[in-house]
Write a protein of this length. Sequence first.
Length: 90
Amino acid sequence: MANHKSAGKRNRQAQVRRLRNRMNKSKMKTVVNKVDEAVAAGSTEAAQEALRKAISVVAKTASKGTIHKKTASRKISRLTKRVNAMTAAA
């Protein structure tokens, strides 16, 4: 329990930010999973479309500060490599 008015406000702000970050991370994980599912299914066009959407969502999550910029870059790179490897094999 906060003892000062300012501490109470800080606590409320932290809760709002936590929920916002959680929502953004959840959305990001969902689109990443959709790329993985498309790759597993072997659907080239679906994988490329899912990748395009995933890159956008991951970059946006990083721009909002929910994840680090380099973490986003690494995720995008790994997803792209997976889709490109699948495309080259097909």
